[in-house]
Ligand binder design. Structure first.
Ligand code: HEM
Length: 508
């Protein structure tokens, strides 16, 4: 017998249900026991009809994730260069929603694969939401946004065999070598985190933080560093966990928060004067490059703490929609075509994935919204601005205006084709990284990791990969070749490449 305060189960329309476990049937007389379902059984029809509609499209990238609520606290005074409201006072706290993801795998894939981790935050500030949509590695594979779908397809399933394919993966990178710096990070010791509590979060892009009222700004690179330190898994351990505990990272984050062992990160900025950007040795808008910390040291800004698990994953995390275009007064995009393309792509994805009124859902809704020129649409639930004018410059409705955008700069001039041509300069930072690998013994691990992956690719693709790494340093190519030879003597990398891309063309 249920207690008196137990909920009464109802249909979705509210009608109390007598027995949710039984369908209503028409029982036949002959043959004995025959029964027919009835269309008038609303409970059965509604239950079956809702079930296949439980799914919304999974994110085309970053489909698998853990998420949590938390807070951000400003710990340092930044009033010298920005008036952003959530950084306006030391000690100021802002509510945060976080979603930490893998990139290539689907929603049901294993957590412990070698992949970039997404690090997405939504800060609910008093001047609207600010979304930080970063990754755990400081650089990215491409710098021309038109390549983004190709990059991701080459990391996902082969269109014919429906399995991830090393040939396709390395063929993409061999022919788009601006990604070599990111590849070296991914196949180095940091490619598989031990836990989501031990990963960095990098904004990758250069952003502008400034004071709109003074028309001044600084270029900023954003870093979140885990207070518990960086920790990683060895490949063998990760492969084992992928089989035994495919949700290893999700469970770890959930359990830590449940126990009160709240993960935290310190937020740092690297700041650069716009004048310096004009003559700095690297293009500061190129997302495949870092700003070395010896040139631009880290400046502490605040602390992020995740302290509450979502009550419902679908409602709070799956329906959450993050976008680099979600900025607040005092923050602006730089002249990086990748960033600008992303500013279109994420809201576009959210409108498709969640629906055009996705900003009204509690997980996405800003503290204060008055946006009467965006009306109607499916699933409108916020009052829809009653009878307020739905056209601009109404004589019957006075409105107050917000602050101006932060200053525009002079970087935009002639319209031209963006070039992602690869030059020797693209190999300089990877060369520096190789020196670090050698000094801390990571060089062998890196070579082994690459060999284990590229060893499954077609021989000509393996050769092209070695040639690409030779451009970093002959030693890198040699180290990978040696690791490949060792793998061969042990019987090879395992699974053969499942099929050569463009196999149809070959058959002709
Ligand atoms: C997710 C596009 C580059 C980090 C996504 C999604 C799209 C997308 C369409 C799925 C969004 C959704 O369904 O809600 C792009 C494009 C890029 C790009 C077009 C380049 C032109 C990057 C870079 C980073 C990044 C450089 C990191 C610095 C993320 C993260 C997510 C994501 C963290 C998951 C967000 C979440 O948790 O909902 N991206 N992306 N992306 N992307 Fe990108």
């Amino acid at each position: 017998m249920a207690p008196d305060d137990a909920p009464i189960v109802t249909l979705a329309e509210g009608r109390p249900v007598h027995d949710p476990t039984a369908a209503t049937v028409l029982r036949g007389e002959k043959p004995k026991g025959g029964q027919l379902s009835l269309l008038s059984d609303t409970q059965l029809i509604e239950t079956l009809a809702h079930f296949p509609r439980e799914r919304i499209p999974e994110r085309v990238v970053h489909a698998k994730a853990a998420g949590a609520w938390g807070e951000f606290e400003c710990t340092h005074d930044v009033s010298d260069f920005t008036s952003v409201a959530f950084l306006s006072k030391v000690g100021k706290k802002t509510k945060v929603l976080a979603r930490l993801s893998t990139v290539a795998g689907e929603k049901g894939s294993s957590d412990t694969t070698r992949d970039i981790r997404g690090f997405a935050l939504k800060m609910f500030t008093e001047e609207g939401n600010w979304d930080f949509v970063g990754n755990d590695l400081p650089v990215f594979f491409i710098r021309d946004p038109v390549k983004f779908p190709s990059l991701n397809r080459s990391h996902k399933r082969h269109p014919q065999t429906n399995v991830p394919d090393s040939t396709m993966f390395w063929d993409f990178h061999n022919n788009n070598q601006e990604g070599v710096h990111c590849l070296m990070q991914l196949f180095g010791g940091r490619g598989i985190p031990k836990s989501l509590r031990n990963i960095n979060g990098f904004g990758n892009h250069t952003f502008k933080f400034g004071k709109p009222e003074d028309s001044t700004f600084k270029y900023v690179k954003i870093h979140f560093k885990p207070d518990a330190g960086i920790q990683n898994l060895e490949s063998d351990e990760a492969v084992k966990l992928a089989g035994e505990e495919p949700d290893y990272h999700i469970k770890d984050l959930y359990n830590a928060i449940e126990k009160g062992d709240y993960p935290s990160w310190t937020m740092y900025f690297q700041t650069m004067d716009p004048k310096e950007a004009e003559t700095y040795r690297w293009n500061v808008f190129d997302i495949t490059r870092i700003w070395p910390q010896k040139d631009y040291p880290l400046r502490p800004i605040g602390r992020l703490t995740l302290n509450r698990n979502p009550d419902n994953h679908f409602q709070d995390i799956e329906q959450a929609a993050f976008s680099p275009s979600t900025m607040v007064p005092g923050i602006g995009p730089s002249a990086d075509p990748m960033l600008q393309a992303r500013m279109f792509s994420y809201p576009d994805a959210a409108r498709y994935r969640v629906g055009p009124n996705y900003q009204q859902l509690p997980c996405n809704r800003a503290q204060y919204v008055y946006s009467p020129y965006q009306r109607d649409g499916p699933m409108r639930v916020d009052g829809n601005y009653d009878g307020d004018p739905d056209y601009v410059r109404s004589s019957f409705h006075s409105l107050r205006l917000g602050p101006a955008d932060i200053a525009h700069d002079e970087w935009v001039g002639k319209v031209t084709q963006f070039s992602s041509e690869v030059t020797d300069e693209d190999f300089e930072q990877p060369r520096d990284l190789w020196k670090i690998f050698k000094s801390n013994g990571e060089d062998k691990v890196f070579a082994k990791n690459v060999a284990a992956h590229v060893g499954k690719a077609l021989p000509q693709v393996q050769k092209a990969t070695i040639e690409m790494f030779n451009r970093v340093d002959k030693e890198v190519g040699e180290a990978i070749q040696k690791a490949l030879d060792e793998l061969d003597s042990e019987g090879g990398a395992g699974i053969e490449h499942s099929s050569a891309p463009c196999s149809k063309e070959k058959k002709k």
